[in-house]
Design a protein. Structure first.
Lengths: 342, 328, 440
């Protein structure tokens, strides 16, 4: 799809065990991100998007297994040893978390955070160069040099997130994964941080995977969007196309449920996201889908390429040959008991 | 959205003691080393409890029997068929003393545990919830008690009580009680302070609940889960303290009952003469019971404390992913 | 300072001059500023009326004081000054005992559904607890009423939920249970503190629908506290925008959304992400973040971030420091070092003052500092700070900066709304003109 992608994920699966069974957090996901591109990965809680983000970097939860391919610079990250992965993380692969305090040591000055990171990965740099690089990156994030020697707690939430981003970008990684980077921030600060992230492509040429549950952020800041549901990508394409003409019913319903200033009516999706241990048979969304057909309850849908740039996982878009005779008729569903309601 | 008519309200079937079941659920789920520890601990402790309960039945002799059929037992007789663990310098049967000793140990520990908990926990709850001067005063007192080495404190108290209550089970129990109150106080108080800030406690205030109600229903149940592991570890420690008291001569008097520490004390001089059974067996009994209680305590700690609880490594099965399509 | 309301005339809650200050424990090295010895003015002189049957939105970001205000209204947090009259009775003067009785009439729904329910109580016990506390019902009757409440909020069939524990329910279900608990006593006032912000998008609408239904069916009066203007637009009749403990704009929803006056309101509206692919991230938003409530800016609290600020807004030394920091953040290291050497210690700028000195670097003359400041002014003439400068002079070893004194903004009626902003205050505008003329 994309010419020479920075990272190419194929058929990735991340499963982990619990007492109640195997959780299929990521179940055969494929996607690509090109250099300087921003891909928004959007989904609700429990859809597996965080696991996917971390799974790409090899940061798996305890007791998890993974399978498939994550091709980066010609290597498959899934099979790499933890040691090799560690070497890549930082200089090549970066991650930004939701809560900026998690990576900042409260007992270390900002200066020390930066010099430690640089010394670890580029030991040849002298102190002056370290300082220059650090201040430059921080400056781009709007952090003044006069605050270089302060401690993390002396900064506000938004500034800490900027520092985190600066730290992640310090080593000029090719791929940056931001997991809900603005969820805990106020709306004006959120917009500030988003403009920083959106500008990364110009200033650094970084490929960015932006994981969020907020459709508005994706529409404004991302080139492409992938919609995730129950461990699978149900739709992917350019932001413009997906938002103006959603192909998958879930995307459509999610857009309708999003409350913005223009909302005239309240919409919600009946039911609740399914368990990742025993997802529904056939299409995972069918119990809640207003357009569900007979085939949807029985056969899992096949991924379809709608355009050069667009794909969707839904029987509404075929392939027609694989749908049996009576598969097209609408599905009769019982009234969902509120017990399954969220 | 019309208001639905309320359906019948009799619940189908109430599960017995649902609260208890939920509380014990993590124990059933324990795996691996935690499970081994738990069950081993339970086994050993239970064994000792049974020994204590059935002492009159299983002990071959009384704890101070030194003769039978008018004939005095041999002193310091090596283990034989009559005396499976030999006799000590006073011609009493070592095995019987160990069995009766179990009763003594458990009696003292249970009494002191009961008092420690019933004083320490409520004080912790009130100090933690209300804060202020009461809290500061109590913390001061408890910290002062904490500073004292356990054993020293126990000895001092036993010594002081010797005049009033006389040495015996009660004074030993009281000495141990006082030593352990600060432990429960501190743990309960700290947990109460963190629970106090939780939204559901604030919600209870917003509902108009009185502080006592809040403490009872909202704080207590969430805090009490700390007590069992603490109690078992406390019991283990208490055994050692009691034994030490006995060893030093401040514990149970030989006329009141058998006590392992006292026996070990007596056995010290025997060791020089190569007589091992008088010291080894009581010593082993102490070690075994303490180990059993400790295992139980650590096991409970790990199951109940979610932070320590390791996620069970259930196998993740990669094979059964996308289900095979079936023809409708 | 009563907010004008079109139709309703029955006041349920009346707030006058409310102040809730938290005192700070003196931390080491914290310099006490002037008269206020270390307070956080969470709520700083707020007055409004809440009419029966209406939904009033309290909108603000973190640090705005909206949460504290909500809790002060319910008596969960003691007020430092002012009054809150609930049906005529001033609750700020009541004892905890008296308040407890009143709690039957006012309830709160919290933000985090996962933490609002006691994990050790079943749903029946939790939802029925208000009935138990106030000795209204027990046993069979209690169960009946709990079931009714559960079904009203959509948790049906009720008996399926009675025996469950909070950990067995989803986020949306928990929030419904919390609402059930709040309404079971038929309160007059419901304070909803960010009731949907921790729920997924597809679930938010359900809870909002539920709250709307309850309002229409039972006539509850709501105080809806949120940072999200989008949901507030849907739900609220009137909106009050809060910034650092003060109301900066307040009026009917329509007025706020169609014709926002205060720069902060405008910024909030612009910043809301829209799922419209043709829109990109707004760039012209106010810079900076909500300041530390313990040491708020002088004059109008919003002035450091406001692009429309002018002579009277409350300029101070910290604004110059911010300006320098922004400038230096953009410079290359070498340039920065050179400029930095011109100026000496800038820590003095952290103390808010309208008349202050900027020390020169080691041995440098004050005229260099002055020259630098003039250069900066020349490079960014549109920067509002310069409007606040009355005089810049050089002295021996430092430059003297004299700023116009701050004018505290007033909440004044404007059209259908009330706004606290000098831009709309004729008196302030006159004063600004005078100052402009007087600038040296």
């Amino acid at each position: 799809m994309t010419a020479d992608p920075v990272v190419s994920v194929r058929d990735l699966r991340v499963y982990y065990g619990t007492l109640r069974g195997t959780v299929r957090a990521v179940d055969r996901v494929s996607l690509e991100i090109g250099a300087g591109q921003v891909l928004g990965l959007v989904g609700e809680s429990g859809c597996g998007k965080s696991t996917l983000g971390r799974g790409i970097l090899g940061l798996l939860p305890e007791g998890a297994v993974s399978d498939g391919e994550v091709l980066y610079a010609g290597q498959n990250l899934v099979n790499m040893s933890p040691r090799e992965l560690r070497r890549l993380r930082g200089p090549e692969l970066g991650l930004i978390f939701q809560e900026p305090m998690t990576r900042l040591n409260p007992l270390m000055r900002i200066e020390e955070h930066f010099s430690e990171t640089l010394k670890q990965h580029e030991p040849s740099l002298d102190d002056r160069e370290i300082r220059r690089r650090s201040l430059e990156t921080l400056g781009r994030m709007g952090i003044p040099p006069t605050r270089f020697r302060q401690y993390p707690h002396e900064f506000s939430g938004g500034m800490r997130q900027r520092i985190m981003i600066a730290l992640a970008l310090l080593l000029r990684p090719k791929l940056l994964i931001a997991d809900e980077p603005t969820t805990s921030l106020d709306v004006i600060v959120e917009a500030q941080i988003l403009s920083i992230l959106a500008d990364l492509r110009q200033s650094f040429g970084t490929a960015l995977l932006l994981i969020t549950h907020n459709l508005g952020i994706v529409a404004e800041a991302c080139d492409r969007v992938a919609v995730m549901y129950a461990g699978q990508i149900v739709e992917e394409g350019t932001a413009r196309e997906v938002f103006s003409e959603p192909a998958h019913p879930y995307t459509r319903e999610l857009l309708r449920s999003t409350i913005s200033l223009d909302t005239k009516e309240l919409h919600s999706i009946p039911g609740a996201p399914p368990s990742l241990i025993e997802p529904p048979r056939g299409c995972r969304f069918h119990p809640r889908c207003p357009d569900a057909m007979q085939v949807c309850a029985v056969n899992p849908p096949v991924e379809q390429e709608l355009d050069r740039d667009r794909r969707v996982l839904c029987w509404l878009h075929g392939p027609a040959e694989e749908v049996p005779e009576d598969g097209w008729s609408p599905l009769e569903r019982q009234e969902l008991a509120v017990a399954e309601e969220a | 959205m019309a208001v639905p008519v309320p359906s019948s309200v009799e619940p189908a079937q109430r599960t017995r003691l649902p609260g208890l079941r939920r509380a014990l659920a993590p124990i059933a789920d324990a795996r691996g080393t935690t499970r081994t520890m738990l069950w081993l601990g339970v086994g050993i402790t239970l064994a000792f409890i049974l020994i204590a309960l059935f002492a009159p039945v299983i002990a071959p002799y009384d704890f101070d029997t030194f003769q039978a059929n008018g004939e005095r037992f041999d002193q310091l007789e090596a283990p034989s068929t009559d005396h499976l663990m030999g006799t000590n310098v006073q011609s009493t049967d070592v095995l019987s003393r160990i069995i009766w000793g179990t009763q003594t140990e458990l009696k003292v520990v249970l009494v002191s545990l009961f008092f420690s908990i019933s004083i320490g926990v409520p004080l912790g709850l009130f100090a933690g919830y209300f804060g202020g001067k009461l809290d500061r005063a109590l913390v001061l007192v408890m910290d002062a008690l904490f500073v004292f080495p356990f054993l020293l404190l126990a000895i001092v108290i036993a010594f002081l009580l010797a005049d009033k209550v006389g040495q015996g089970i009660l004074s030993a129990a009281i000495a141990i009680t006082v030593v352990y109150i600060p432990l429960y106080f501190r743990v309960v108080r700290n947990h109460t302070i963190s629970i106090r800030e939780e939204p559901f406690v604030e919600a209870a205030r917003a509902l108009g609940a009185r502080p006592l109600t809040i403490i009872r229903k909202y704080v207590f149940f969430n805090v009490v889960q700390n007590v069992p592991p603490l109690a078992t570890l406390n019991a283990a420690d208490a055994i050692l303290t009691l034994a030490a008291l006995g060893f030093l001569g401040y514990g149970i008097q030989p006329t009141d009952g058998a006590e392992w520490g006292y026996d070990v004390n007596r056995a010290v001089s025997d060791a020089a003469s190569g007589i091992w059974w008088t010291g080894l067996f009581p010593g082993l009994a102490i070690v075994l019971l303490v180990v059993g209680l400790t295992l139980l305590g650590e096991g409970l700690s790990e199951t109940i404390n979610p932070v320590l609880r390791k996620r069970p490594k259930a196998e993740a099965d990669l094979s059964g992913s996308v289900a095979e399509a079936e023809t409708p | 300072m009563t907010a004008v309301n079109s139709a309703k005339d029955d006041v349920l809650v009346s707030v006058r001059g409310l102040k809730t200050y938290y005192s700070l424990r003196g931390s080491f090295g914290q310099r006490l500023v002037g008269r206020e010895a270390g307070h956080v003015k969470a709520v700083d002189d707020v007055s409004f009326d809440l009419y029966r049957g209406e939904v009033l939105g309290l909108v603000g970001e973190s640090g705005s004081g909206k949460t504290t205000l909500g809790r002060t209204l319910l008596g969960l947090v003691p007020a430092t000054e002012g009054s809150v009259s609930f049906e005529g009775a001033d609750i700020t003067r009541m004892s905890e005992r008296e308040l407890r009785v009143l709690r039957r009439s006012m309830q709160i729904v919290f933000q985090d559904p996962h933490a609002s329910l006691n994990p050790a109580m079943t749903i029946e016990q939790s939802v029925g607890h208000p009935l138990t506390i106030h000795r209204i019902a027990r046993g069979r009757e209690l169960r009946q009423r709990v079931a009714e409440a559960l079904e009203t909020v959509g948790l049906a069939p009720a008996e399926q939920f009675l025996e469950k524990y909070p950990s067995d329910l989803s986020g949306g279900q928990k929030q419904r249970a919390v609402i059930a608990r709040a309404i079971i006593l038929n309160p007059l006032l419901l304070v909803a503190d960010e009731p949907v912000s921790m729920l997924d998008m597809s679930v938010r609408a359900k809870i909002l629908e539920l709250m709307l239904y309850l309002k229409h069916e039972f006539g509850f009066t709501y105080l809806y506290i949120t940072h999200d203007l989008a949901t507030a637009k849907f739900f609220c009749d009137r909106i009050a925008i809060l910034y650092l403990g003060r109301i900066v704009e307040m009026g009917p929803s329509a007025a706020i959304y169609e014709d926002p006056k205060h720069p902060y309101t405008k910024a909030l509206l612009k910043a809301i992400p829209e799922p419209d692919p043709l829109r990109s991230v707004p760039r012209d938003l106010p810079r900076g973040e909500v300041p530390d409530a313990a040491r708020p800016p002088l004059g109008c609290s919003f002035h450091p971030r406001c692009s429309a600020a002018f002579e009277v807004c409350g300029w101070e030394s910290r604004d110059l420091r911010d300006l320098l920091e922004i400038r230096w953040a953009r410079m290359a290291a070498a340039e920065y070092e050179a400029e930095r050497a011109t100026i000496g210690d800038i820590a003095a700028l952290d103390q808010p003052a309208t008349s202050f000195r900027v020390a020169a670097g080691n041995g440098r003359p004050g005229s260099e500092v002055l020259a630098l400041l003039e250069t900066i002014r020349g490079e960014m003439p549109d920067e509002p700070f310069w409007k606040g400068v009355r005089a810049l002079t050089a002295a021996d070893g430092y430059a003297e900066v004299e700023l116009f004194p701050p004018v505290v903004p007033r909440l004044l009626p404007l059209g259908r709304a009330h706004v606290e902003c000098h831009l709309y205050d004729a008196e302030a505008l006159r004063e600004a003109d005078a100052r402009q003329a007087a600038r040296l």
